[in-house]
Ligand binder design. Structure first.
Ligand SMILES: Nc1ncnc2c1ncn2[C@@H]1O[C@H](COP(=O)(O)OP(=O)(O)OP(=O)(O)O)[C@@H](O)[C@H]1O
Ligand SMILES: [Mg+2]
Length: 281
């Protein structure tokens, strides 16, 4: 069994008795997430990404279908807290997630609620702050930090709970390019060095490029999924569903349309430069 297993999940916010046809925000999704994977989920506004994310730690329960986290059914109320310790959720706006007036108190909030002993909390907080590169800021006031720094504190707050998986719902949407870069490199480090499973919802295609797997959602369904190379080489399919592709892929796709012989679609600027160098020779 996969670490997270989503089996034919349907979910609707509508109630059936309002005379309106029910529209499913999640419309029959089957998806699994393996331990240690870095998965990104993309899709245009309203396609059900956030709704799906909330199913991963029992914030929402399926109308029908099942979600299993580490073998536990999210509908089993006795397992809710176990599941939320295993899968942490980070949201878009860091201001709504920071609760204390000092950084280290904020990060301690989660483990305190779990009733962890103070000495261990101290250890966890230091470790989490170091993991996101914010240890020097432990005595600072969160409101004085930059957006990227605040979001890293929010991530540290989740890390202090020692989850196996972090789900992030557009964590970089409110950040400038520097903040986005800080958060992305933090997530990649947590995944590669600490083995934490990462599910990243993003509308920045470039953030999907370093992932192990990209899942594309459309109208509550999984439209396609695969490695970034597999997904972003389907430029026409993505465009048809009003989705962008990374700029490097877009350029290559247009050059191909002009008759240039492009063997493989590049995803990063580096790959694109290499491809152009070869093509122009
Ligand atoms: N609390 C809610 N009550 C009623 N309908 C909702 C609620 N939240 C979302 N929806 C609807 O459910 C559908 C899926 O929304 P969801 O927020 O999951 O999409 P999303 O892919 O995260 O969108 P975005 O990219 O804008 O964040 C949309 O049609 C949305 O209008
Ligand atoms: Mg959303």
């Amino acid at each position: 069994m996969s670490f997270i297993q989503i089996e034919n999940v349907f979910f609707s916010y509508d109630s059936e008795d309002e005379g309106q046809p029910v529209r499913n925000a999640v419309d029959g999704v089957t998806l699994s997430i393996e331990k240690g994977e870095f998965v990104t989920v993309i899709g245009h506004n309203g396609c059900g990404k956030s709704t799906l994310a909330k199913h991963l730690n029992a914030m929402l329960l399926p109308d029908s279908g099942k979600v299993y986290v580490d073998g536990d059914d999210t509908s089993d109320e006795e397992k809710t807290w176990d599941i939320r310790e295993k899968v942490g959720l980070v949201l878009q706006n860091p201001d709504n997630q920071l609760v204390a007036s000092i950084v280290e108190e904020d990060v301690a909030f989660g483990p305190e609620n779990l009733g962890i002993a103070p000495a261990e909390i101290r250890e966890r907080v230091d470790k989490a702050l170091k993991a996101v590169g914010m240890y020097e800021y432990r005595h600072h006031a969160p409101y004085k930090l930059s957006g990227g720094q605040k979001q890293r504190i929010a991530i540290a707050g989740i890390l202090a709970i020692q989850p196996q998986c972090i789900v992030l719902d557009e964590p970089t949407a409110m950040l400038d390019p520097n903040g986005r870069e800080e958060v992305m490199s933090t997530l990649l480090r947590l995944n590669r060095e600490m083995g934490i499973t990462v599910v990243l919802i993003t509308h920045y295609m470039d953030e999907a490029v370093p992932a192990d797997r990209v899942v594309v959602m459309d109208s509550g369904k999984v439209l396609t999924q695969g490695t970034p190379e597999e997904v972003f080489s389907q430029v026409e399919l993505l465009k048809k569903h009003r989705l962008d592709v990374p700029q490097a892929a877009e350029l290559a796709f247009r050059l191909k349309g002009r008759g240039l012989d492009i063997p493989a679609i590049p995803l990063s600027v580096e790959e694109c430069a290499k491809m152009l160098g070869e093509v122009l020779q």
